[in-house]
Write a protein that binds this ligand. Structure first.
Ligand SMILES: Nc1nc2c(c(=O)[nH]1)N[C@H]1C(S)=C(S)[C@@H](COP(=O)(O)OP(=O)(O)OC[C@H]3O[C@@H](n4cnc5c(=O)[nH]c(N)nc54)[C@H](O)[C@@H]3O)O[C@H]1N2
Ligand SMILES: Nc1nc2c(c(=O)[nH]1)N[C@H]1C(S)=C(S)[C@@H](COP(=O)(O)OP(=O)(O)OC[C@H]3O[C@@H](n4cnc5c(=O)[nH]c(N)nc54)[C@H](O)[C@@H]3O)O[C@H]1N2
Ligand code: SF4
Ligand SMILES: [Mo]
Length: 698
């Protein structure tokens, strides 16, 4: 081969690094620095990609990525060797634990980590560190959906059916979901419902998704539970319930009706702002549909009443007979790339692999056997994400923290307080691709490989397990998260074979650990995935075809029946008042991902949306002395944020919206409310009381 004849470049089939849609793409390594990304046919994206997916290759070769470990010396992060960095972390953690006990060290994971990483991280925390203090950012994401799914169905798989089933629906009700920005290729699957007049969106804002809806309901934030009760009332009043289904497949409707009977649509209208007529229309459309789906996302779930709110929508779905009926259903749209798998394999405070409960003696025994430890050595449940971060550096809280795959300085509620807590710990270690706002505070930062440079599996929003094969060589000097965990574990005295670094070997261990659990992966193998099999968990045997559609015959409770869960409306934890008269909600824009640590480094995305903005009704802006394009201050009882005014006439006059992707003074989380859901421990990201003013000197 001569220089003029470059080697033919082969495209490698993979999946997008970002959201739970896990769109199919192919990557081709360029001759120079570039990596070409192209969409490929895969059921969830049907050949489409969003702008984040199209531009995802640029971060692989970005000069901003980390390529050497960093150690803080005299206040500054300086390059160091791997041996020095890993040795320093292990030494510090061991010393802190010797002084203050095992729980003095905490671990924080992420729903973007592969199944193998999530699994090994949980094992690392429980076995190598012996700490109970491990949780992850999925607590801020899917915990309310999970809690409600578990209590209604006995099991939580976000979508218990393939996404493509939506394409045959006549009616789809989206509650607090904006897929036109958060999962754009998903919208294709809603075309039939839309063409039949059956696309209904409940969102306080007129989002790009709401624009496409046949009916847009605009509840004020935090009122969805009352809305669901009003619609259920209308359904019962108009005899729209599926009585034979309820009799055969469910339990507990009477307790739900005792509450819903008092929520006639006119009363729900006074509370939510959604007209009684619209509530009746929704009830009738759902009842008359041949195939219907109700789907929730973070708008309904990220509340201090999030779990109950999801339960209220599940109750409606059960009264309609949707869950477990072919061609119909209820689901929650999982957000992060591995937001589903990441909540199954033990990086959650109360959980062991296979979606097992950490306080269940049989579960502990099973997992201890796989890990080769005594069940008594596995710690009990620890603190939930916000409680863990909030306890850092306090008298009985953790004194050291390791972060893998999250940027809580930007993404945790009441984030100035969390940054404060992080600054009080004796030791902070982070593994990241880039210097995020959180890793910038660390004592040691470890540079890790990215999705295309390592093998691993992801479980998408449908519960389908996908193999993401290594497509490119990583830059010299970076290591995989699995390598990092092994390097730390062995330095903490663990036998090397307990922390394998080969993803397939870790997966085989995960299979054994999950065997017999709710999320049973034991029949899934890399070979089956390589052969292209579409495997949806549970897959309990090597010959089992997987479970694309769940609950067709029975739900996962011992008696096989779904549970209606009686829930009452209470509303936002912090209602507006004279001092803070507006309601703020937060969420996403198409171009940025989460804390923005990755997407803010992609030029095309930053050019499109360079800074934080606040959507506000023009009259509300004018009352505060603000015009479109001005910098505004948005203040709550906890703190204030600055953002550029975007006047949006469709906004409610008492509502503002901010994306949470921006750092520093533009962090929406400076004002958000860390009030927690009592069951799921989800913070109230989606509503709090604020006031709007001009920025002095602007
Ligand atoms: N572009 C982009 N896509 C993403 C992500 C990203 O950061 N950027 N993140 C991924 C992740 S992890 C997630 S979790 C998903 C989230 O996906 P979505 O849930 O679709 O996104 P959000 O913007 O958080 O919230 C959806 C909508 O909820 C509305 N809302 C706010 N309060 C309420 C309320 O009280 N009731 C109702 N009914 N609606 C309300 C907001 O106006 C918003 O339009 O997106 C995934 N995809
Ligand atoms: N106000 C407000 N706040 C919110 C939300 C909201 O709607 N409103 N939504 C919440 C939700 S749903 C979520 S999911 C969270 C997400 O918020 P975060 O947890 O902060 O999520 P990311 O920004 O994705 O952070 C991931 C970090 O890990 C790095 N990373 C990516 N892949 C890997 C990997 O494989 N290994 C390692 N070691 N690092 C990796 C990235 O570079 C980045 O720094 O935010 C929550 N915060
Ligand atoms: S929709 Fe999600 S998975 Fe698909 S390209 Fe966009 S970010 Fe990637
Ligand atoms: Mo999320």
């Amino acid at each position: 081969m001569t220089l003029t004849e470059p080697e033919p470049r082969t495209a490698v089939a993979t999946h997008c690094p970002y959201c739970a849609l896990q769109c199919g793409m192919s990557l081709t390594a360029g001759e120079g620095a570039e990596v070409e990304v192209a969409p490929r046919q895969f059921p969830t994206n049907a050949g489409g990609l969003c702008q984040k997916g199209w531009t995802s290759g640029s971060l692989l070769t970005s000069p901003a990525r980390l390529t050497t470990p960093l150690i803080r010396l005299d206040g500054e992060l300086r390059p160091a060797s791997w041996d020095a960095a890993l040795g320093l972390i292990a030494g510090k953690l061991a010393e802190i634990q010797a002084r203050h006990g095992k729980d003095a060290v905490a671990v924080f994971g992420g729903g973007g980590l592969t199944n193998e990483k999530s699994y090994l991280l949980g094992k690392f925390a429980r076995v190598a560190l012996g700490t109970s203090q491990v949780d992850y950012n999925g607590r801020f994401c899917m915990s309310s959906a999970a809690a409600a799914g578990n209590r209604a169905f006995g099991l939580d798989r976000g979508l218990p059916f393939p996404l493509t089933d939506l394409a045959d629906a006549d009616v789809v009700l989206l509650v607090g979901a904006n897929p036109a920005e958060t999962m754009p290729p998903l919208v294709k699957h809603l075309e039939r419902a839309k063409s039949l007049g059956g696309l209904i969106v409940a969102d306080p804002r007129r989002t790009p998704t709401a624009e496409q809806a046949n009916l847009h309901l605009t509840p004020s934030p935090g009122k969805d539970l009352a809305l669901a009760l009003g619609i259920l009332h209308a359904l019962v009043a108009e005899s729209g319930v599926d009585q034979p289904y309820m009799d055969e497949r469910t339990r507990g409707f009477s307790a739900v009706w005792r509450i819903a009977s008092r929520w006639w649509p006119e009363r729900a209208e006074r509370v939510t702002g959604v007209s009684a007529a619209d509530q009746r229309t929704v009830a009738a459309k759902l009842a008359n549909a041949r195939n219907a789906y109700i789907l929730t996302a973070r708008g309904a779930e990220q509340h201090a009443t999030g779990a109950d709110t999801v339960s209220a929508w599940i109750n409606l779905a059960l009264a309609l007979g949707l869950p477990g009926k072919p061609g119909s259903g209820f689901g929650c749209l999982t957000g992060q790339g591995n937001g589903q798998g990441g909540r199954e394999h033990g990086q959650k405070a109360d959980q062991l692999p296979g979606y097992r409960k950490i306080d269940d003696p049989a579960a502990r025994e099973h997992v201890a056997r796989v890990w080769g430890v005594d069940p008594a050595e596995i710690p009990g449940p620890g603190r939930s994400a916000y409680e863990l971060l909030d306890a850092l550096g306090t008298a009985d809280g953790p004194r050291a923290l390791l972060v893998f795959g999250s940027n809580p300085v930007v993404s945790a509620p009441h984030s100035a307080h969390i940054a404060d807590r992080l600054s009080t710990v004796e030791f902070l270690g982070c593994a990241d691709l880039v210097l995020s706002e959180t890793s910038a505070l660390a004592d040691v930062v470890l540079p890790v490989t990215q999705w295309a440079e390592e093998d691993g599996t992801m479980t998408n929003l449908e519960g389908r397990v996908l193999l993401r094969k290594r497509a490119l060589d990583p830059p010299p000097g970076v290591r995989t998260d699995l390598d990092v965990l092994a390097g730390l574990a062995t330095r903490l005295g663990q036998p090397a074979e307990r922390f394998p670094t080969d993803a397939e070997t870790v997966f085989d261990e995960l299979r054994a650990a999950s065997k017999g659990g709710l999320a049973d992966y034991s029949g899934i193998s890399y070979d089956r995935l390589r052969a292209g099999e579409a495997l949806y968990w549970p897959v309990p045997e090597a010959t089992h075809p997987g479970t694309p559609r769940m609950f067709l015959d029975r739900f996962a409770h011992p008696d096989g029946k779904a549970r209606f869960v009686p829930v009452e409306h209470s509303g936002p934890a912090e209602p507006p008042d004279t001092e803070f008269p507006l309601q703020a909600t937060t969420g996403r824009v198409l171009q940025h991902y989460q804390s923005g640590a990755q997407t803010r480094l992609v030029d095309e995305l930053t050019e499109a949306v360079p800074e934080a903005f606040v959507e506000v009704h023009p009259d509300t802006a004018a009352r505060a002395g603000l015009a479109d394009g001005d910098w505004a201050r948005i203040a709550s009882r906890r703190g204030e944020t600055v953002a550029r005014v975007r006047c949006v006439p469709s906004m409610g006059i008492d509502l503002v919206f901010l994306p949470f992707h921006f750092p520093g003074a533009q962090r929406a989380n400076l004002f958000t409310n860390p009030a927690l859901d009592p069951t799921s421990r989800m913070p109230e990201f989606k509503v709090c009381a604020v006031k709007l003013s001009i920025v002095d000197g602007a």
